[in-house]
Design a protein around this ligand. Structure first.
Ligand code: ZN
Length: 310
């Protein structure tokens, strides 16, 4: 799943470059480009830009193992023979005063259709060296593995901010022995990414203000130290991370486990809490895997929630 042949990526890059030139020349509409363009908006004093790291085809059994596939297809508006959904990878840039903050670093190289954050930053006119802080929701590969390139931090001038529980979980030297064999290569790569930033890392805890106007919300369950963030301004903007991965499904069924939730019951509780907070506070939400650019709101409905794309 993580080791697509390099040739596919090169061809895709060529395609993207050619596509971009054609879009610029007015020959192709932007929608012809596989890689979504940067999406910028203002929130309070922040300038927010959603950038794409690409997409992937998520099998329905990853969305949820217990639900009947036909129920998932109905919620997702899919054809009767559909076996996957297109999920996005959408890191978020936040400009605040002299800070340029990146939330999550994407997949890094090696995954077909993804690892394209560098291209998106280029399109957005952002030099990786200008990023002052990198802040993580959690340490899964699709949120962390774009942190290093050739063993060195991509965002060389940035401090890196990780929830203490998450850092301690993944860097535990005994973790490999507790993990299934099939997950150990993933763990090794994750530990290498974290080791690469250990001199630049700052820990934070839920409840903290990680930077001025950005509060940390405990949404443990997807991973042991998973966090979401709320940006001050208006009624608030919540960066959900993977607390809510597929809004068409989990707004209606927050208690259902997502296939990659480490603790499905705990993740369900966090999901419900976050949706309650968003619905009652009329807060805007931004989901990392949601339909691009990932903006939406929650409305209370039938004891659960309705997903209202924004
Ligand atoms: Zn994810």
């Amino acid at each position: 799943m993580f080791d697509a042949p390099q040739t596919i990526r090169i061809d895709r890059r060529k395609f993207l470059a050619a596509g971009a030139a054609l879009v610029a020349a007015g020959v192709l509409p932007r929608s012809a480009l596989a890689l979504a363009g940067p999406h910028t908006f203002k929130h309070g004093t922040f300038d927010v830009t959603v950038v794409s790291d690409g997409t992937f085809q998520m099998p329905l059994e990853i969305v949820n193992k217990e639900a009947k596939p036909e129920d998932l297809r109905a919620l997702l508006g899919l054809a009767a023979d559909a076996k996957t959904i297109t999920a996005e990878f959408s890191p978020v840039l936040v400009k605040s005063g002299s800070d340029m903050i990146l939330f999550d670093t994407g997949n890094g190289p090696g995954r077909e259709g993804a690892g394209l954050l560098a291209d998106s930053l280029k399109t957005a006119g952002i030099d990786p060296g200008s990023i002052t802080k990198v802040i993580y929701t959690h340490a899964h590969p699709d949120h962390l593995w774009g942190t290093l390139k050739d063993g060195k931090p991509v965002f060389a001038n940035a401090s890196h901010h990780v929830a203490e529980t998450e850092w301690n979980f993944w860097t535990n030297p005994d973790l490999a022995s507790k993990m299934p064999e099939g997950m150990r290569d993933m763990l090794k790569a994750t530990q290498a990414q974290l080791a690469g930033i250990k001199d630049k890392v700052a820990m934070f805890k839920p409840g903290a203000e990680v930077v001025s106007g950005v509060n940390v919300i405990d949404t443990a369950g997807h991973t042991p130290g998973h966090v979401s963030f709320e940006l001050a301004g208006g009624d608030g903007l919540i960066l959900t991370g993977d607390a809510i991965t597929v809004p068409q499904v989990f707004f209606a069924h927050p208690e259902w486990a997502f296939g990659f939730d480490a603790d499905g019951a705990a993740a369900g509780k966090s999901r419900k809490m976050l949706l309650d907070m968003a619905a009652s506070g009329k807060k805007l939400m931004l989901g990392y895997h949601w339909p691009y650019p990932g903006l939406g709101r929650a409305e209370a409905k039938d004891g659960a929630f309705a997903y209202v794309p924004a």
